[in-house]
Design a protein around this ligand. Structure first.
Ligand code: NAD
Length: 499
């Protein structure tokens, strides 16, 4: 089913939803429906149930963890070349099935097919990157010859990891964890979001075809309170690499607080600012400025943790920016074509709640604002929300504070650079920021003051996989990417030798 038409006809002809199966110890296991509840998975563009996801219970989670633990000694001792070979094979198989993954990711998440293709390509890149990283890495062991003792650092794979991902970029974010975890010699139990589990199920089949040794990578499905909580709190789990919401990050920290040695990497929510300085609207740069601000706001329906959902514009160009921005968004981000549906009924209701709040607070809807009303309590017509641009938002509004995580952006004014930095940093979050300016000195001056793990100047979302990725403040702890991922998945011991 590697075209939307074939997938739709498959689902129609089948008549029943697809029942997902856990992948444990190199085999697919159909959960017993009498003891394991199944969760409905909806197709956001239509509201129809297309899959059922087992909500794996703690006993089965424990069994998967034990499998990963049993596989660890042998896997951690394989050579880098062997691990690299497996990961390369996975990337090749993913490449061969690129279109199939894109089609099902788009069905499952609501994103456009075009966007899904970009993310499958990035998932392929994750495996390729870490397969080569481990071959070329030269960790210069720090040898210190002092006081008659020769000292060096020795790194080894840390152990068994829980890898947990959210629903917004399901395949991409899960592979961003699995690839380094396996590359650095760890084994894992991975759990995708219960809202978007399909691509992880397909990925398990790729691992199977790549003949990864049983138990090295296990994939279990289920919700957070049952499956996720059992996974992170297990004493057999050495570390957790988690991407998701800040409240869940807090719950995971709490659940693991007493397990002092557990590696916990948390990539959490954001409410990212985009700063537009007057010089960014000069003739040559204006088109790029508008395009970058719009894509940062509306790519993937605004469902990217890095999205710039608070735009601040220097007041001398505020009207000019707003007019051009609204026109560009209207022409470029078209519901059903370049903008998909939001992921779920619950998320649709959440975003709609913020639109109602905007109305109550007297914000100006420069564009959009009208979510499709659903028929009664049914999900029948899908979860569509038009790209929405809000102006005249009250300075202390929740619209500026909370992560809405949908196709909704606010546009506000600032007077000068100092105020711009203050407004940008006035957030509990600190994940990313976009700075739009033509002034080279300002790029550094402002860029280095922003409380954000990633700052993009005159661009957005360009990624080099070796750079540190992660947030400040409520957006997370720890960094991942290249050597930073190595720090998550390995342990260091210092060896002192007599000379
Ligand atoms: P979520 O926190 O609700 O769920 C994320 C994952 O955690 C899911 O797999 C869920 O089942 C699991 N989970 C929930 N409760 C758990 C618990 N108690 N123990 C263990 N696992 C648990 O997040 P979401 O709604 O799926 O995703 C949206 C959020 O993710 C947004 O806040 C977004 O900003 C964030 N996000 C962050 C990044 C980043 O890199 N910083 C990237 C993408 C998304």
């Amino acid at each position: 089913c590697d075209t939307p038409e074939k997938a739709a006809s498959y689902l129609r002809s089948k008549g029943t939803p697809i029942y997902l199966q856990n992948y444990v110890s190199g085999a697919f296991i159909l959960s017993d429906k009498t003891s394991v509840p199944f969760l409905d998975s909806f197709e956001p563009k239509t509201g129809a149930v297309f899959a059922c996801v087992p909500c794996t219970q703690s006993q089965q989670v424990d069994a998967a963890i034990r499998t990963a633990k049993d596989a660890f000694p042998a896997w951690s001792k394989t050579t880098r070349a062997v691990r690299s070979g497996y990961l390369r094979r996975v990337s090749e198989l993913l490449q061969e099935s690129r279109e199939l993954f894109a089609v099902w990711e788009s069905i499952d998440q609501g994103k456009t097919l075009e966007r899904a293709r970009i993310e499958v390509d990035r998932a392929i890149a994750n495996f390729l990157y870490f397969s080569t990283y481990i071959l070329h890495e030269q960790t210069a062991a720090r040898m210190i010859d002092g006081g008659g003792v020769l000292t060096y650092e020795h790194r080894s794979p840390a152990g068994v990891f829980a890898l947990i991902s959210p629903w917004n970029m399901p395949l991409y974010l899960l592979t961003w964890k699995i690839a380094p975890c396996l590359a650095f010699g760890c084994t894992a139990v991975a759990k995708p979001s219960e809202v978007t589990s399909m691509s992880a199920y397909l990925l398990a089949a790729i691992f199977h075809r790549a003949s990864l040794p049983p138990g090295v990578i296990n994939i279990v499905f289920g919700d957070g309170p049952t499956t996720g909580a059992a996974l992170v709190s297990s004493p057999l789990i050495t570390g957790v690499s988690f991407t998701g919401g800040t409240q869940t990050g807090i719950a995971i920290r709490r659940a693991t607080a007493h397990q002092i040695g557990k590696h916990v990497s948390l990539e959490l929510g954001g409410k990212n600012p985009t700063l537009v300085f007057a010089d960014a609207l000069r003739q040559d740069d204006k088109e790029r400025t508008i395009r970058v601000a719009a894509s940062a706001a509306f790519e993937n329906q605004g469902e990217i943790c890095l999205c710039g959902s608070r735009i601040y514009v220097e007041e001398s160009v505020y009207e000019e920016f707003l007019t051009s921005f609204v026109k560009f968004v209207q022409d470029t981000y078209v519901l059903g074509k370049t903008v998909g549906a939001v992921v779920s009924r619950a998320h649709f209701d959440k975003v709609r709640g913020y639109l109602k709040l905007a109305e109550q607070e007297g914000a100006t809807f420069e564009l959009g604002g009208v979510p499709l009303e659903l028929d009664g309590q049914a999900n029948e017509r899908g979860y569509w929300i038009a790209p929405t641009v809000l102006a005249d938002v009250q300075p202390n509004s929740a619209l500026l504070r909370d992560e809405i995580f949908g196709p909704v952006v606010t546009v506000s004014k600032f007077k000068d650079e100092e105020e711009a930095v203050g407004l940008a940093n006035d957030s509990e979050f600190g994940l990313a920021a976009v700075l739009l300016t033509a002034d080279g000195a300002r790029m550094r001056r402002v860029g280095e003051q922003l409380e954000a793990g990633m700052v993009w100047v005159n661009g957005w979302l360009q990624r080099e996989l070796g750079t540190p990725f992660g947030g400040m403040k409520a957006s997370g702890t720890g960094r991942e990417g290249g050597e930073y991922s190595r720090d998550v998945f390995t342990v260091v011991r210092t060896i002192h030798l007599p000379s």
